[in-house]
Write a protein that binds this ligand. Structure first.
Ligand SMILES: Nc1nc2c(ncn2[C@@H]2O[C@H](COP(=O)(O)OP(=O)(O)OP(=O)(O)O)[C@@H](O)[C@H]2O)c(=O)[nH]1
Ligand SMILES: [Zn+2]
Length: 342
């Protein structure tokens, strides 16, 4: 097992004579590294301020029952995720040294343009890793291959049409992963990602679930990313359950709809939402046929969605800040506590 080291060496240099390992788990500053023989050890950074991502190659100094991480080797790619800070959603790095990202969308009756548009930014981004679209559950779509071809043409990315049920397209997907590559599958809960990954890996890497009518929550017990070497397929899988959103955030709208941003420069108000304000150049363009009505509708619905993401993130952050403030207050009142005089 080489954990993708050969692929890594095609991008970056690794000195002879050092012992390298790969970060396989990162959770609340507890790290695990995987060695080239497949064994895993808890690891502690020599320098506590250094942050690591799952996928990082590191130089280790093995101790009796743990590894000391002495150095992080350069990353040739990073997969981002949207997180919130106090003011706005932000893109943060989540996984490193990734070669391919497969964005999975299921071919059920909910398949729509807006669903695909959500990821348009991720497809268009000039990534250091390759991004492909994987259509899952193709057995549910009458002319799946035709739609796949149309999307490939439209998006300019590879589109793989698969069904874990019939096995269609699985061999193509396997063939698109080169030996020693590090890959990740992204998809909303229920798209059939686990079934697909297991079919591609030819082993039970991930637990599959029947879609729960009760609740969508609590099915993934872990939210930390993890590295899985797949021996049958000779590739490395990074499971990223914590990544809820790839490139969907307010800022990304501009990248998905550059024509609307351009038109928006002509609006009377600089913060125009293009939803009926007077002097809106975008609405005017829809009215005179310059802007496609459908594109406009997609923009509006995606705008609502990204605002919802935003609000969700803001609320989460507000809660966190309140909790912090409360903890601080409690700490202060503890400090001032004096034993009552006898
Ligand atoms: N028709 C059809 N159903 C499928 C296919 N693949 C998976 N399913 C069904 O879709 C449901 C979800 O499958 P999973 O593989 O667990 O989906 P997931 O995306 O990993 O879901 P989470 O575990 O919630 O992340 C299950 O009921 C599967 O039986 C397929 O190719 N065709
Ligand atoms: Zn406007």
């Amino acid at each position: 097992m080489e954990l993708g080291l050969d692929t890594y060496k095609q991008h970056e240099q690794v000195d002879d004579g050092v012992t390298v390992a790969r970060i396989s788990l990162s959770s609340a500053n507890i790290y695990k590294v995987m060695h080239l023989d497949g064994s895993e050890t808890t690891a502690t950074p020599k320098n506590r301020t250094t942050q690591f991502l799952v996928g990082d190659w590191v130089v280790i100094d093995p101790q009796l029952d743990f590894d000391l991480i002495s150095e992080r080797l350069p990353r040739y790619s990073t997969l981002g995720r949207i997180t919130g800070d106090r003011y706005q959603a932000q893109e943060k790095e989540a996984v490193s040294n990734l070669d391919q990202l497969f964005i999975c969308i299921s071919m059920n009756k909910n398949l729509s343009d807006s669903r695909i548009n959500r990821y348009r930014y991720a497809f268009q981004k000039d990534n250091e890793y390759q991004t492909s679209l994987v259509l899952t559950k193709s057995d549910l779509w009458p002319d799946a291959a035709q739609l796949a071809a149309q999307l490939a043409d439209e998006l300019g990315v590879a589109v793989l049409c698969t069904s874990s049920l019939t096995g269609a397209g699985i061999a193509d997907l396997q063939a698109s992963i080169l030996p020693g590559q590090t890959v990740s599958f992204y998809g909303n809960s229920g798209v059939g990602k686990s079934s697909l990954v297991n079919a591609v890996a030819q082993e039970e890497v991930m637990a599959t679930q029947q879609i729960s009518a009760r609740t969508d929550k609590g099915r993934h017990t872990t939210t930390s990313s993890r590295l899985f070497p797949i021996s049958r397929g000779d590739f490395i899988l990074v499971d990223t359950p914590g990544i809820k959103s790839v490139g969907v955030g307010t800022n990304d709208l501009a990248m998905v709809f550059p024509e609307i941003v351009d038109l928006g420069k002509g609006c009377r108000f600089h913060d125009c939402t293009h939803k009926g304000e007077p002097g809106c150049a975008v609405q005017a363009a829809v009215n005179n046929g310059q802007l496609d009505q459908q594109v406009y509708q997609q923009f509006i619905s995606l705008q609502a969605e990204s605002q919802a993401t935003q609000t969700y993130l803001d609320a989460k952050i507000a809660k966190k800040l309140m909790r912090k403030a409360r903890d601080k207050k409690q700490a202060v009142s503890k400090r001032h506590y004096r034993k009552p005089p006898m």
